[in-house]
Design a protein around this ligand. Structure first.
Ligand SMILES: O=C(O)CCC(=O)C(=O)O
Ligand SMILES: [Fe+2]
Length: 323
């Protein structure tokens, strides 16, 4: 059992977040995931080279550098090829994603689920609001025609603000962790301790995503959370957080997962979640990686055939607070 200590639980409850050092064993828990993504990267490189989009497969380069070159050559952020969720809009039958077995195992990691159980109880649903993030070093990032970095820093927000109101009263829990070290200069997350006390704040839809206007933030309280490989950050759904810019030489590669007690709304019901752990009804747990992948493929097929007009958030860019 990797249950959290009473001190860690108390920290989460008062501050709205807690860092758990060494939650994952790098060789046992993270290396299989990195290897699986190496395969994804290799196939993508081959495809981009064949299309003439990339000058080379860059097969001799290390993982991070290889990805940077492929992004630069293709002038695209290639994150969606690695992500284990669909985007929020414009889903097509061939929208790329990666729902491989090593990623599924990560969602089931026993130590991770023990820690989650300490915070939300033993009936645990894997919430499909989940992402991989590949943040390129800012000096080599892909930019739009106006020179703005694509997929750069994540603006201040609460995860509760990003999901639909049906998840407002839930115990949705966010876990953020890097695949390799994420020091401050690599653009780790920053959190605002105790910010959950003021409830859900107004968010404004901006081209880069939803964000809380500066005037509603106590920016002086921002606390960077550098993590080493194996560490994880647990956040309450109302904790304000953002990322810092990546000023390092490496891609900042991270996962953010969410769990909620079984039976509560996920806030993104169009996407498939699953029972990750149930002490009451273990027979309902999903342990079949292929079934999980099939659910995502089926969701993609269905959504691609539907009108997808509804923005998946509650915020209005024309609201006074956004002016
Ligand atoms: O990784 C990032 O830059 C943002 C992550 C985030 O907002 C989250 O994990 O909820
Ligand atoms: Fe977030």
């Amino acid at each position: 059992m990797a249950r959290l200590t009473p001190e860690q639980i108390a920290h989460f409850q008062s501050e709205g977040y807690v860092v758990v050092k060494g939650l994952f064993n790098a060789a046992r828990d993270l290396e299989p995931v990195r290897l699986e993504y190496e395969g994804v990267l290799d196939r993508l490189a081959t495809e981009l080279e064949a299309k003439g989009t990339a000058a080379s497969r860059y097969a001799d380069l290390p993982f991070s550098e290889r990805l940077i070159r492929l992004c630069q050559d293709s002038k695209r952020v290639l994150q969606q090829h690695f992500d284990f969720a669909l985007p929020n809009q414009n889903i097509k039958a061939d929208t790329p994603m990666w729902v491989g077995p090593a990623v599924f195992n990560l969602l089931h990691n026993p130590g991770l689920l023990d820690a989650v159980e300490s915070l939300i109880g033993p009936e645990i649903y894997s919430n499909p609001v989940q992402h991989i993030r590949l943040k390129l070093p800012e000096d080599r990032a892909v930019r739009d025609v106006n020179g703005k970095i694509l997929d750069g820093v994540t603006a201040w927000h609460q995860d509760n603000g990003v999901v639909l109101p049906e998840a407002d009263e839930t115990n949705m829990l966010t876990i953020w962790f890097p695949l390799w070290d994420a020091p401050v200069e690599s653009g780790c997350l920053q959190v605002m301790p105790r910010s959950k006390e003021r409830g859900l704040r107004d968010h404004c839809p901006l081209p880069g995503g939803l964000s809380i206007p500066q005037k509603l933030l106590e920016l002086g309280h921002a606390t960077p959370v550098p993590l080493q490989q194996g560490d994880a950050l647990f956040m309450h759904r109302l904790t304000c957080h953002a990322s810092l810019p990546n000023r390092s030489k490496n891609v900042r590669w991270s996962f953010d997962l969410r769990y909620n007690p079984i039976g509560q709304a996920t806030g993104r019901g169009a996407f498939p979640g699953f029972v990750a752990r149930s002490r009451a009804h273990p027979e309902t747990e999903l342990h079949d990686a292929k079934k999980w992948a099939d659910m995502w493929h089926e969701t993609r097929r269905t959504l691609a055939q539907m009108e997808q007009p509804k923005p998946w958030n509650r915020w209005d860019a024309k609201a006074e607070v956004c002016a």
